[in-house]
Design a protein around this ligand. Sequence first.
Ligand SMILES: Nc1nc2c(ncn2[C@@H]2O[C@H](COP(=O)(O)OP(=O)(O)OP(=O)(O)O)[C@@H](O)[C@H]2O)c(=O)[nH]1
Ligand SMILES: [Zn+2]
Length: 350
Amino acid sequence: MELIKIGYNNKIKEQFEKAAKTNQIIGRISLEHKRMYRVWSVFGELLCEVSGKLAFDAQSREEYPAVGDWVIVSPRKEERKGTITAILPRKSKFSRKVAGNNTEEQIVAANVDTIFLVFSLNEDLNVRRLERYLTLTWESGANPVIVLTKADLAVDIKEKIMLVEGVSYGVPIVTISVVNNLGLDELQTYLLPGKTIALLGSSGVGKSTLTNYLIGFEKQEVQEIRGSDAKGRHTTTNREMVLLPNHAILIDTPGMRELQLWNSEDGISNSFSEIEQLSSSCKFRDCQHEKEIGCAVKLAIEKGELKEERLQSYKKLLRELAFLERRQDKKAQSEEKKKWKNMTKQSKKR
Ligand SMILES: Nc1nc2c(ncn2[C@@H]2O[C@H](COP(=O)(O)OP(=O)(O)OP(=O)(O)O)[C@@H](O)[C@H]2O)c(=O)[nH]1
Ligand SMILES: [Zn+2]
């Protein structure tokens, strides 16, 4: 396997050479399953575990390898196996909080260069969700590209693009239709050789369709595969990192798909529907479920119908969302200020 095809470059080479011992090789994680990893390397694909030291030193799940990570491996070539001894610094990372008693950060994808934020043109555009995705992307270190799908079904493309432009401050926007073969060439300009991309978007916006198109599957085949699996997920391959025909690299992990839930209010309502339902019976409409009188949520906990931990993770998620929104507001404000400064500068010049 040629390393350059999986995104290898001088920077990674340098980092590797600095940290590696003799006989060690560089590899990139293509799949993670239960503390075992598939690693792409010059010896092909190796099944690897992490070294005892790496596991011992790891303070949290964040310090374990994730799909997309560059790792240093002591290979056992004949066995097609190896041991991961270190993870190289991540250029970008998408993580999600793992709910539980002690909330941990879990990396769902590392070293993504470009992320396609996918929205469908045949539905109402959820601007707030777009803002959240943008925040998430900026925080990850990857570059966003907004992809508006199903252009063939849309009637008000211009309005929707304006709406998107209003919150996206110059982020590229590409309008596509897989049905009418529209905009797909333009998308290719972001799929450069050796660059790693990932898709983020709600269910049904066309991520699988686009993924299959990018991988180059026959449409028929895709539908058949999807038909045999109601969920239609990960049916084409069990690889989570895929080489595309044009030599870009696509990361498609279940974790990436779950980010959509963890970062949208709808998602929260869905995954905490019992709490939302209880809240509607609270005496006060803006009940925080702390010490208010007539709180139906607290009552349910007292009665043992709801676990206290559920409420805690629900609140934590809400706080996180609020935080992201504030960040977004601040970012927007400072961008606005910058714009103004530039404008006033230019008008002064004139
Ligand atoms: N008309 C039209 N339909 C499309 C287009 N792209 C996708 N679809 C349809 O939209 C539906 C949902 O597409 P998917 O690709 O399954 O959406 P997804 O985002 O992967 O959804 P999840 O798998 O639930 O996350 C399917 O019926 C597709 O055939 C398009 O460009 N035009
Ligand atoms: Zn309440």
